[in-house]
Design a protein around this ligand. Structure first.
Ligand code: ATP
Length: 373
């Protein structure tokens, strides 16, 4: 029997205008039940507005929102089975942990015995069984995050919305909480929708990510699809690190060919995003640092590096970062090019050395500018 996916949330042509300004321009997407979905985009692209429409705090100017298959247009926030965790968490400082979690259940008229059972159950599930009597100010930052999630999850929402909840945490705690949130989502098996402008958060935690730009979705895909097969130049530039060159196509068979960059450098490319790229097109080329080999210009292994693109340059600086260290090379044409290297402390390339940068056209993602071919 064919398995048909079920969706906790379906949005169809969802739009929001503030006067003549179109903050969300008709986005459509479905989120399979029990998955972790992120909306990733730069500040001001419309993420919060989209989230507020799903939660019911903002009326759409057009389109439909369906939760568990039923339209919620016109349904007030407290009647939608959706809960939201905000960046500032909004825990009640005058109540202890137990009362914070119990609050929503009390508002719903749940009996004291049932509240007790549910609060203790949710505290077990977030692995904080012993903090019920603590005051909020006695919790660590990470514990407060988990209590804010528990306070929503105890109400058994169909969808949990998270609006940059890690934004206020220091870097180390953010890193730990990324993994924690992913584990919590698995534990509850509830759909989480997470909005962020931090790509590392979205890529690490999500089953699927929507890349949002100026009120529209540029692409929806798994983190791997977005990283390795971006459909637009915006996605290629926004997800992961890339070297970027603009140029003009000098020869093309439609799917690959030659480009001369604006600095006069020749490069080969393969067309990304399934578009056909014709001779004479203005294009942007993206090459990720991990696909560029930086080798000593006079080194013994020079000819063994695989790639049909070669560029000479001089090492400007080395950025040590454990396994993924990086070299910045001042290439012919004057630009800085980034390549990933392994720095062992033993016979590493050094600033001032001549190097050759080598990469394959298969790794050079090329997009026609202005969407044209
Ligand atoms: P950030 O990451 O900075 O929170 P965002 O992607 O969440 O940004 P939104 O807060 O959704 O972006 O805002 C999208 C656009 O809509 C912005 O240009 C913003 O100024 C505008 N906007 C949001 N709310 C209103 C409002 N109530 N009235 C007018 N314009 C608004």
């Amino acid at each position: 029997m064919k398995h048909t996916p079920t969706y906790d949330l379906e949005c169809q042509d969802l739009a929001k205008n503030f006067g003549s300004f179109r903050a969300v321009k008709g986005v459509s997407f479905d989120i399979p039940s029990g998955s972790f979905f992120s909306i990733l985009g730069p500040s001001g692209c419309g993420k919060t507005t989209l989230m507020r429409m799903i939660a019911g705090f903002e009326d759409p100017s057009g389109g439909d929102i369906r939760i568990k298959g039923k339209s919620v247009l016109g349904t007030p926030p407290n009647k939608r089975n959706v809960k939201m965790v905000f960046q500032h968490l909004a825990l009640f400082p005058m109540m202890n942990v137990y009362e914070n979690i119990a609050y929503g259940l009390r508002c719903n008229g749940v009996s004291s015995a049932e509240i007790k059972r549910k609060v203790h159950d949710v505290l077990e599930r977030i692995a904080l069984p012993d903090v019920a009597e603590r005051e909020i100010h006695q919790l660590s930052g990470g514990q407060k995050q988990r209590i804010a999630i528990a306070r929503c999850m105890v109400l058994d929402p169909d969808v949990l919305l998270l609006d940059e909840p890690l934004g206020a945490l220091d870097l180390k705690l953010r890193e730990a909480m990324k993994i924690e949130l992913k584990l919590l989502q698995h534990q509850f098996n509830t759909t989480f929708i997470y909005i962020t402008h931090d790509q590392s958060e979205a890529l690490v935690m999500s089953d699927n990510v929507a890349i949002m730009n100026q009120g529209e979705f540029e692409q929806i895909g798994t983190p791997q699809e977005l990283y390795h097969h971006p459909k637009t130049a915006f996605v290629a530039g926004f997800v992961g690190d890339s070297n970027r060159w603009s140029g003009t196509v000098t020869s093309s068979d439609g799917t690959g060919g030659q480009v001369e960059t604006d600095q006069g450098l020749p490069m080969t490319f393969s067309a990304a995003g399934g578009t056909k790229i014709n001779e004479g097109s203005k294009v942007d080329i993206f090459v990720r640092p991990e696909f560029i080999h930086a080798i000593r210009a006079n080194g013994a292994n020079k000819s063994s590096a695989d790639g049909d693109n070669r560029l000479s340059g001089v090492v400007d600086s080395l950025l040590f970062n454990g396994a993924n260290s990086r070299v910045l090379v001042r290439a012919q044409g004057g630009e800085l090019v980034e390549a990933d290297v392994t720095l062992t402390g033993n016979n590493d390339i050094k600033p001032g050395e001549d190097v050759e940068l080598v990469w394959s056209s298969r790794q050079a993602m090329c997009f026609a500018q202005n969407g044209g071919a």
